[in-house]
Write a protein that binds this ligand. Structure first.
Ligand SMILES: NC(=O)c1ccc[n+]([C@@H]2O[C@H](COP(=O)([O-])OP(=O)(O)OC[C@H]3O[C@@H](n4cnc5c(N)ncnc54)[C@H](O)[C@@H]3O)[C@@H](O)[C@H]2O)c1
Length: 379
C-alpha cells in the first residue's frame, strides 16, 4: 500500500483563532487553526509567524519542532509549505493574502472576512487567479455537521416563507471611520451570518454570484474616482457590484448612538425562493447570539450557536382541528459539529484531488458584496 502524502503547513497570525482558542475548555475542539491542523494526521505544521514576539514564543512552546518568524516575507524565503493559513487581524488580510499567494503554496486557508472591502477582495481574487493558487475561506458553518443536517432538512419544511437571520452582540454594527480596520460587527460577524444565508439559499437558486446593478446616487455619498469596481454612470446613478441572490435591501429600524455608531438595523430582501429574508443585527446586546430561522409552509428550522431545532406541522396540542409546529425528535442532529476538523479535512481532500473546496474565495466575496451594499446605505 502506498504511503499517504503528508502536507506541510504554516500559520500566519498566532492569536486567538490561530492558536489560543484551541485551549478554550468550553469550546468544541479543535477551535483554532493550530489544533485543527495538528489534529489531522495528513498535516505537519512546520512554521508559525506573528509580529508579536510573545505570541510566537507561546506558540513555539506548544510546537517546539516548528520554526517561528516575526515577518511572513522572511518565512516564505526560508520555507515552502503546501498550506499557508492566514489568521491575522482583518486590516492585515489584504497584505498577507497577497504575500501568501505570491509564495505559491498549493492551498491558502484565509480567515474571514476575505478583506475589509470588496475592492481589496477582488484584487486578492485576481492575484490568486493569476498565480493559480486556490483559496479556502474559513466560513466555518459550511463545514459544520449540524448546519449540514439543517440544510438537508430543508426538503422537509416545504416552500420557504421566511428567513430570519439574527446577530446579537455588544460590538457596534458599523462605526464610521473604521473601514480600514474592519472593527465592526457588520463585517466581523455579519460575514458569517450572510454566508450562512447564502449557504441555505444557494442550491435552490442558481449559485450566488456578483452582478452589476445600478444604484441611485445619494447626494451625501462621496464619489471615489479611484474605486475601480464602482464606476460612476451619470450624475445621479452608478453601477455597483451586488450579489445576485441578496440585493437591493430595504434598511429599516436603524438605531444610531450618540457617538454616531450604528447599534441596530434590519436589512430586508425579497428573493425568488423566499419572499421574505430579514437580516437583523444588534450591537447593543449584553449577550452573543447568532441564529437563523427558516420557516417553510410545512415546518421550521431554527439553528444557532449551540442548538439546532427542527419542527414539522403536526397535530396541535393546543387546539382541536388545528396543526401547530411540533418538534421533530426523530431526525438526528449531530451534537459534535466537527466544524474546524471538517474544514481541514476538506483542505486535505481538495489537495488529494478528491473534493472541491466547500467555502471559496468566491463565496467569501459574495458575502462581502452583500455587507458592502448594506454599509453603503448607512454612510
Ligand atoms: N472563523 C471564525 O469563527 C473566527 C473566529 C475568530 C476570529 N476570526 C478571524 O480571524 C482573524 C484573527 O482574529 P483573532 O481573534 O485571532 O485576532 P487576534 O488579535 O487574537 O490574533 C491575530 C494575530 O495576528 C497577528 N498579526 C497581525 N498582523 C500580522 C502580520 N502582518 N504578520 C504577522 N502577524 C500578524 C497579531 O499579532 C495577533 O497575534 C480575524 O480576521 C477574525 O475575524 C475568525
Amino acid at each position: 500500500m502506498s504511503e499517504e502524502k503528508i502536507y506541510t503547513a504554516a500559520i500566519v497570525g498566532l492569536g486567538r483563532i490561530g492558536y489560543s482558542l484551541g485551549l478554550d475548555k468550553k469550546r468544541e475542539q479543535p477551535a483554532s487553526h493550530t489544533m485543527a491542523l495538528e489534529g489531522n494526521r495528513r498535516i505537519k505544521i512546520i512554521a508559525g509567524c506573528d509580529k508579536n514576539a510573545e505570541a510566537c514564543a507561546e506558540w513555539r512552546n506548544h510546537i517546539p519542532s516548528a520554526k517561528t518568524f516575526s515577518d511572513s516575507s522572511l518565512m516564505y524565503k526560508n520555507i515552502n509549505p503546501d498550506i499557508i493559513t492566514i489568521a491575522v487581524n482583518e486590516d492585515a488580510h489584504f497584505e498577507e493574502a497577497i504575500k501568501a499567494i505570491e509564495a505559491k503554496p498549493r492551498l491558502i486557508i484565509l480567515e474571514k472576512p476575505v478583506a475589509t472591502n470588496l475592492n481589496d477582495a477582488r484584487k486578492i481574487q485576481e492575484c490568486a487567479d493569476r498565480n493559480g493558487v486556490p483559496v479556502l475561506v474559513n466560513h466555518e458553518r459550511r463545514f459544520s455537521d449540524d448546519y449540514a443536517a439543517a440544510k438537508s432538512y430543508m426538503s422537509e419544511i416545504g416552500p420557504l416563507q421566511e428567513i430570519q437571520a439574527s446577530l446579537y452582540s455588544g460590538m457596534a454594527v458599523y462605526i464610521p471611520g473604521e473601514d480600514q480596520t474592519g472593527a465592526y460587527s457588520l463585517l466581523h460577524d455579519g460575514t458569517h451570518l450572510i454566508d450562512t444565508i447564502l449557504y441555505f439559499l444557494e442550491d435552490i437558486n442558481s449559485p450566488s454570484q456578483l452582478i452589476a446593478i445600478a444604484e441611485k446616487e445619494s447626494s451625501t455619498q462621496k464619489k471615489d474616482d479611484n474605486d475601480i469596481f464602482f464606476k460612476n454612470r451619470n450624475a445621479d446613478s452608478k453601477t455597483i457590484m451586488a450579489n445576485s441572490l441578496l440585493k437591493r435591501p430595504v434598511i429599516s429600524g436603524i438605531v444610531i448612538d450618540e457617538q454616531g455608531k450604528t447599534r441596530q438595523l434590519n436589512a430586508f430582501y425579497v428573493t425568488h425562493s423566499c419572499p421574505s429574508v430579514n437580516v437583523f443585527m444588534s450591537g447593543r446586546s449584553l449577550f452573543f447570539g447568532f441564529e437563523i430561522a427558516l420557516t417553510g409552509t410545512d415546518g421550521r428550522i431554527c439553528i444557532g450557536n449551540g442548538y439546532c431545532k427542527l419542527y414539522k406541522a403536526g397535530e396541535s396540542a393546543l387546539y382541536e382541528g388545528f396543526k401547530s409546529l411540533v418538534a421533530d425528535t426523530e431526525t438526528h442532529i449531530p451534537k459534535k459539529t466537527y466544524y474546524f476538523a471538517n474544514m481541514i479535512k476538506n483542505a486535505v481532500d481538495f489537495l488529494d484531488g478528491k473534493a472541491d473546496l466547500k467555502s471559496t474565495l468566491q463565496t467569501g466575496i459574495n458575502s462581502l458584496a452583500i455587507l458592502e451594499e448594506i454599509k453603503r446605505k448607512l454612510v
